[in-house]
Design a protein around this ligand. Structure first.
Ligand code: ADQ
Length: 462
């Protein structure tokens, strides 16, 4: 079996990755199951000129896998990570051109880190390895590896959405980015909408067309573009025990749960406003419902993130002040992360899972919430139509997060949904979540990558 070389911005101990949640769990599981190498940043920032910069540390991990890591310099951390990755690509790919900070100094360091990573990685790659690069921090990696003569299959998976072409083409370096994507054998995306946006990006940049075999010819390169929706390991969330008395509230109150990184893409102000509107519009529910929102801060040194925490604190304070009583606080807003088993129990204890991103690649929390429900008395997910997950979880109550009125009504609909309908929806949702789980996601990506690379080498020989 070929060795899998996983490359992502951040590398973690496999045990920690399992706790971190999200896709780190899927990568850790993959590397426990087959021989592999996980390559990327170790999370440390060092002085320029430090010998550690060129010194890749390789350590054994579980099974037959190893971790290989490098530090970043302070300038790289500022311009590659906080700058180009999180102040340009993240906002633009989430359709927030207004929040993008196009600083001319960012891009050279972004490509510089990709070059440095490629050079360090090239010396570790063996002839039969399959290389799987993850996410927007590392788009130019394949170009750099090919320049160094690496001929192995190289695939790329983008965890965030592909924006419509008009938005993508607003990035000053859009042509370089499109060309860099075309250097992969396979580009994997979360949804059909992302696939059609990327194909359109290639067409609109004047450099792409679809070939008869379904592949794309762009910048003189043949590549495959497919949808591989990210999944969870449903078994991790099944068999939860509902927690009681999480926080002071009337014991018969129904809980609504939200779990998100504190990010402007997650629609958190919209969620709180919708809950406030629900209480105002349907006063019969006063004292009968609590919204618990868990939202640990991330990327706090990026400018666009500084206001969001204050906005949410002000909003929850306002709603609590307006509707709360001595023995009932409507919104519990917690900005710490929760251990995963605890999270699972909180999902289980919640009648509604409330997921309102304005844009989201997938939104794994919505899948985790469903998987944690009691099969004979499940809760109801309310899900934004702008999350990638909405393409799959069609039996959630699908809402427009910009429409506060509609979301307020969706809360009422979910609370009043009879058990038979809740069970029927849960069963359909679970069948999708089980079918497209995290193991299917990685196995299908890797099989498609191997086939795509095979075609490339056959085409070269003939
Ligand atoms: P994220 O934007 O981080 O991921 P999401 O898919 O919801 O969003 O995954 C977050 C993970 O972190 C979940 O497993 C969740 O349980 C965990 N998590 C979140 N908040 C937590 C908290 N307070 N405490 C503990 N754990 C918490 C990116 C993209 C998504 C895409 C994923 C995977 O933005 O759209 O679904 O990658 O591809």
């Amino acid at each position: 079996m070929s060795r899998i070389v996983v490359v992502s911005n951040r590398v973690m101990e496999l045990r920690r990755a399992t706790q971190a949640g999200g896709v780190a769990v899927a990568i850790a599981d993959l590397l426990k199951a087959r021989p592999g190498l996980w390559f990327g940043w170790n999370g440390k920032v060092v002085e320029d000129g430090d010998t550690a910069l060129s010194d890749v540390k390789v350590r054994k991990a579980a099974g037959q896998s190893a971790l290989a890591t490098l530090p970043l310099t302070a300038e790289e951390h500022r311009d590659y990570y906080l700058g180009y990755s999180n102040s340009v690509l993240w906002p633009v790919f989430h359709n927030r051109l207004d929040l993008a900070h196009f600083d001319a100094g960012f891009y050279p360091r972004y490509t510089g880190v990709n070059k440095r990573f490629a050079a360090a990685l090239a010396s570790l790659i063996q002839p039969d390895d399959i290389v799987w690069v993850h996410d927007y921090h590392l788009i130019p990696l394949a170009v750099e590896l090919r320049r160094l003569g690496i001929e192995n299959p190289i695939g790329f998976y983008l965890h965030i959405p592909v924006p419509p072409p008009q938005t993508f083409l607003a990035i000053p370096e859009y042509a370089d980015l499109a060309q860099a994507l075309a250097a992969y054998d396979l580009v994997g995306l979360q949804t059909e909408a992302d696939v059609s946006n990327l194909i359109q990006v290639f067409k609109d940049s004047g450099q792409g067309r679809i070939l008869q075999d379904g592949r794309v010819l762009a910048f003189d390169q043949r590549l495959s573009i497919h949808r591989f929706p990210v999944g969870i390991d449903a078994r991790d969330f099944m068999g939860a025990t509902p927690v009681r008395n999480l926080v002071q509230s009337p014991s018969d109150a129904q809980r609504i749960i939200g779990v998100d990184r504190l990010d402007y893409t997650k629609g958190l102000p919209q969620k709180l406003r919708a809950f406030g509107r629900f209480l105002e519009k349907y006063p019969a529910y006063l004292r009968k419902v609590v919204l618990t929102q868990i939202a640990p801060p991330t990327r706090e040194s990026v400018e666009a993130y500084t206001d969001i925490r204050q906005t949410l604190e002000a909003l929850s304070g306002k709603i609590n002040g307006m509707f709360g009583e001595l023995d009932w606080v409507p919104i519990h807003y917690i900005h710490r992360s929760a251990p995963r088993d605890r999270l699972r129990d909180i999902y289980r204890a919640s009648r509604i899972g409330f997921f309102t991103p304005l844009r989201d690649g997938m939104n794994l929390v919505a899948k985790e919430y469903v998987a944690a429900q009691a099969p004979d008395d499940p809760g109801v997910p309310i899900l934004s139509r702008f999350a990638g997950a909405a393409e799959q979880l069609v039996d959630a109550i699908i809402v427009n997060p910009y429409n506060v009125e509609e979301m307020a009504d969706a809360i009422k609909q979910a609370l009043e949904m009879d058990k038979a309908e809740r069970i029927a929806r849960y069963e359909r949702l679970m069948s999708v979540i089980r079918t497209y789980d995290s193991a299917v996601w990685s196995a299908s990506f890797l099989a498609t990558l191997e086939a795509a690379a095979e075609e490339r080498s056959t085409a070269r020989i003939s």
